[in-house]
Design a protein around this ligand. Sequence first.
Ligand SMILES: NC(=O)C1=CN([C@@H]2O[C@H](COP(=O)(O)OP(=O)(O)OC[C@H]3O[C@@H](n4cnc5c(N)ncnc54)[C@H](O)[C@@H]3O)[C@@H](O)[C@H]2O)C=CC1
Ligand SMILES: N[C@@H](CC=O)C(=O)O
Ligand code: NA
Length: 440
Amino acid sequence: MKAIKVGLLGIGTVGSGTFNVLRRNQAEIRGRAGRGIEITMVSRRNVALAREIVGDAAQVVADPREIIANPEIDIIVELIGGCGLARELVLEAIAAGKHVVTANKALLAVHGTEIFAAAREKGVMVAFEAAVAGGIPIIKALREGLTANRIEWLAGIINGTTNFILSEMRSKGLDFATVLKEAQRLGYAESDPTFDIEGVDAAHKATIMSAIAFGIPVQFDKAHVEGISQLQATDIKYAEQLGYRIKLLGIARRRSDVAGGGIELRVHPTLIPTQRLIANVEGAMNAVVVQADAVGTTLYYGKGAGAEPTASAVIADLVDITRLHTADPDHRVPHLAFQPDAMNNTPILPMAQVLTSFYLRLRVADEAGVLSRITTILAEHDISIDAVLQRESAEGERQTDLIILTHETQEGRMNTALAQMQALPTVLAPIVRLRKEELA
Ligand SMILES: NC(=O)C1=CN([C@@H]2O[C@H](COP(=O)(O)OP(=O)(O)OC[C@H]3O[C@@H](n4cnc5c(N)ncnc54)[C@H](O)[C@@H]3O)[C@@H](O)[C@H]2O)C=CC1
Ligand SMILES: N[C@@H](CC=O)C(=O)O
Ligand code: NA
């Protein structure tokens, strides 16, 4: 059978990885897909650079629309990134009746509803395994492997760049800027690395997973997004002393205790008990824990960024499409796991309604009665304390750090208590508040 023909829009880190792996493993891939998969056209603004990668194995063009317009091309792989041009090209490819593979989580988290609807209308597939946790087949797992389950929650280290930064800072004492440069050199970071550092990339991925896990539309605009730029080395150190490690987590959780139900969707630095497997995921590695009713807890671990790990996911999608493209569209796995008429509108909850436990660090005057005034405020708001660590002040020092771990409470309640604690004259600096999850 004739090889299926693929056009690559954008050939940078992931594009060149895809080209190389597809060529290196072509015999095995053909054996699995039932026919060859060939990248026959590639587009990059800098044509000479693209030609350096593909040689004369594929036609290189500057304009990606030339590829979409070519009737010979069966599948478009979008690896340009961003939400502007990429959205236009993906919609044009769909309109031209082509299947699409994309690694672009920003695009799907923001414009997924529009793109999936257009694809359904045209009867084409949009596959996006590479968009979440790179090479880890988490989309496959959530959409197919766990299809029997009611998923309760998932939590993941889903940004390689920030996990790399946190790991290198903790284990080697390197500074933030140096490690970020290295992450960029290794091809982990987004073209705008603030997306990584400020938690936006992780929120894109958490948004996509929440939609698949709970059958809700992608709603990036409702996600709570907090990154690691404000995280201080002092808190990483205190967390360690208390038996916790700080990771940037993407969390999506079903809540049945609120009227009508709700979904928590949030990304923030999180204290995790050091003994959890996920607390020990280091470097650019990603991991996602999924809690589901029938199977219990499952953990997915692997490389979440980089050329070939991400290429592995792109090519898996190409094989899926090659196997399925002649099937009746109704027999394909729905984009978001649920059939369109079985999706629901369970609301994403505001942060004030989120249930979590907290780590608080207060810079306080080292004098009698300070601790009791703080614990009284927490008690008045029904917030129970799990542990307290008071650093001994050095000789002559008149202030000290007070670290408090709380049990689970509503974030809104903690906000009120924090405002009262902050107003105490004995609290000398802005209180540091981090969230803590047991993940058990
Ligand atoms: N780098 C990684 O580890 C991962 C990246 N991704 C996603 O994959 C996508 C691609 O990422 P990278 O390969 O890292 O980016 P990159 O910046 O290395 O590659 C993008 C390529 O697109 C080309 N391009 C930009 N505008 C173009 C245009 N108008 N016409 C033709 N070519 C154009 C650029 O020249 C570049 O070669 C992004 O959506 C990213 O979020 C997803 C998972 C992992
Ligand atoms: N910038 C991303 C790349 C993969 O999605 C990351 O660091 O994880
Ligand atoms: Na993946």
